[in-house]
Design a protein around this ligand. Structure first.
Ligand code: HPA
Ligand code: ZN
Length: 344
């Protein structure tokens, strides 16, 4: 058994995935053609060569521009199903998908079209690919709290299809505290909460997300190592971090993957998970994130096993489903690792 084989074969969950960030250049071109939209790129190579980012904002500018090709319910269906087919190749069994309604409603694409398209693909993915899912609605933090609250009210008629709300987009200057009232309202309606924090923003934003937004997980959170008291709290409470290593390198949170703190986070006793964030833009789906980290950071079979176990443990699945996935994972790992240590 090689570790690459182990990574490919273990069942895993993906918990930090922006559906708009799975828009591959090929689909972007096809949807532009279908919807009669002119892109500022001549061909696929030009699109790919535009994906050179210096920080989060330089990525977001291109990402929001790309999302303009998404217009109809079918576009959202095609986008989501293409992601699920790709995730199935990495043996992803459960996904918790972010979507950004404001990116679409501000272009007069209705909330209903967005959520109907995504949800019909998620249902087909469950039936045909065996991938279960949850949906997390993110607010764009560079927009106002009033705008987020209006989006929440628009979403409430669909709340049986939404598990949690989250917070994404430009982090620095837009602390979690800005959205405390919106998240209060979301929780009062039975929605769970998560938030991007400590990607580019300071550890204090992670503390705010925990104390003011009452989040169940921190998305990214890699800057927690700068604050020992926060680190101790995250370990004690086992607050999961949804870490996205290749994203962090592309957006220059770390200069190189070798400098990424994933292994240090794991060794500190945190509940760390590995995810792809916006794989069409960052050059790797979840399996590739595991593999590149294994090679570059020297992860061993126990580390990989822990990351996959954490992915189910940190999910919003119920306890019985978590236990079922983890049993299957444990059995596979023990079968594969025993074979390695047994006679040739
Ligand atoms: N950070 C903030 N906003 C985002 C990201 C991210 O990594 N990806 C998509 N929107
Ligand atoms: Zn993200």
């Amino acid at each position: 058994m090689t570790l690459a084989e182990l990574i490919r074969r273990i069942p895993k969950a993906e918990l930090h995935l922006h559906i708009e960030g799975t828009l591959e250049p090929e689909l972007m071109m096809a949807l532009a053609r279908r919807n009669h939209i002119t892109l500022p790129y001549a061909d696929i190579n030009e699109i790919r060569s535009a994906y050179e980012f210096s920080n989060l904002q330089s990525f977001l500018d291109i990402y929001y521009a790309g999302a303009r090709v998404l217009q109809t319910e079918r576009d959202f269906y095609d986008l989501t199903y293409a992601y699920l087919e790709r995730a199935a190749q990495d043996n992803v069994r459960h996904v918790e998908i972010f979507f950004d309604p404001q990116t679409h409603t501000e272009r007069n694409v209705s909330f209903r079209k967005v959520i109907d398209g995504i949800c019909s693909a998620l249902h087909k993915g469950e039936d045909d690919l065996g991938i279960s899912s949850r949906l997390i609605m993110c607010f764009l933090r560079h927009l106002s709290a009033a705008d987020a609250l209006a989006t929440l009210e628009e979403a409430l008629p669909f709340k049986d299809r939404i598990t949690a709300v989250g917070l994404d987009s430009s982090e620095v200057g837009h602390p979690p505290s800005k959205f405390a009232a919106v998240f209060d309202r979301a929780r009062s309606q039975g929605l769970l909460t998560v938030a991007h924090a400590g990607e580019e923003g300071p550890p204090a934003y992670i503390v705010e997300a925990l104390d003011l937004l009452k989040v169940r997980r921190i998305d990214h959170g890699v800057r927690c190592l700068e604050d020992p008291a926060l680190l101790a709290r995250l370990v004690k409470e086992q607050v999961p971090l949804t870490v996205c290593p290749l994203s962090n390198v592309k957006l220059r949170v770390f200069k190189t993957l070798a400098q990424h703190n994933l292994k240090r986070l794991l060794d500190a006793g945190l509940c760390v998970t590995v995810n792809s964030d916006d794989p069409a833009y960052f050059g790797g789906y979840v399996g590739e994130n595991y593999l590149r980290c294994q090679e570059t950071l020297g992860l061993d079979a126990d580390d990989i096993h822990a990351l996959a176990r954490n992915s189910f443990q940190a999910s919003f699945l119920d306890d019985a489903d978590k236990a079922r996935h983890i049993r299957e994972l444990d059995a596979l790992v023990s079968e594969m690792t025993n074979r390695r240590s047994g006679p040739a």
